[in-house]
Design a protein around this ligand. Sequence first.
Ligand code: ADE
Length: 396
Amino acid sequence: MSDARDMARLLLGWYDRARRDMPWRRTCDPYAIWVSETMLQQTQVGTVVPYYRRFLERFPTVATLAAAPLADVLSLWAGLGYYRRAKHLHLASREMVARHGGCVPGSVEELLALPGIGRYTAGAVGSIAFGLPVPVVDGNVMRVLARVFGYDRDIAVAKNQGFFWEKAGEMVRSVGDKETRRQGDKERAGHGGIGARRYGDVNQALMELGAMVCVPVGPVCGECPLRRQCRALAEGRQGELPVKSGKKAVPVVRKRALILLRQPRGRTKVLLMERPAGGLWEHMWEFPVFAEDEKDVAGVMGMKLNNMRACGEVRHQLTHRTMHYEVIVAHTRRALPAELPACDGGKAYVAARWVAWPLAARMALPVAKVVRKLAAAVPTNISALQEALSSTGKPP
Ligand code: ADE
């Protein structure tokens, strides 16, 4: 038996015993599998589950997703991060309606031609939903394979990643013999196109092993189905592998965020603005944000602002930058200015709206997690807030 086939068989045996029950593992629907794999990129399983459920309830098919406005899709994504994924999902659903009869296409080439679908997603959807013998490589898979094969080149270097695609591909393609078929595959084959072969399960087993056993720190080697094959374990090098070059230091970006309140007919409202297309958080709504050295916030807003004061600081970590906000709160009696200010010193905000304050747990407008963090810096106890706003403290 080849090494690859041996390992695939061991992986599948372990996966059948140890795999977690997840909602997307109970379906054969390619659309649901595509949504889950898109959400799972850069995001942990525990975080994804409630988002996946809400998303599929609201958009149960490609057609319902394609027919929805982008703002609705972003609202359901709000808090999950990496919002470009939602935008691409939406765009791709429209292409599926236009070119694939409202279905997720079943070949790797067609999948790769869709917005937001790269080698990882095409491999996951192709193997799990359509039973194609194609591999999937993510961070978990690279860690498992780097340890098993004692691969000690830098996995952060793109050209070194070919090794993992090759090894994962060999494992996946080795599957297909009688012994790797699982009871029930025949029935599954009748629903949504899953074949009798378990290519998708080998991929999911590798990812699952990386998430549950072959974890970055303190791998549980005693429970690993590949412990006899693992070079890192044999050589006591689990802690050294994989080799991954240090991340570059991310810059700190300093901003001021304005929480602007207004009380029409005794109800407190706060101003949110929609970010322009392109760049970070496109089409998401936020409190207006200014450069940290912007002294004339009222001038930039084109509004009279009363009792402006600082009420805290918020740090928010993104992949490529650390955001640092000074939160300022102010009050106004004015309506919105005719012209909206620039967003991040570039294109202007594209819309503005007064919404109920404090922010509702779920809102119709899509807001990123950082907006809720900023809101939490302000006392939501309305009387404490009003006191702060009406006292004549020095503006910041
Ligand atoms: N990570 C991303 N997709 C996954 C899957 N289908 N199973 C386990 N972990 C995953």
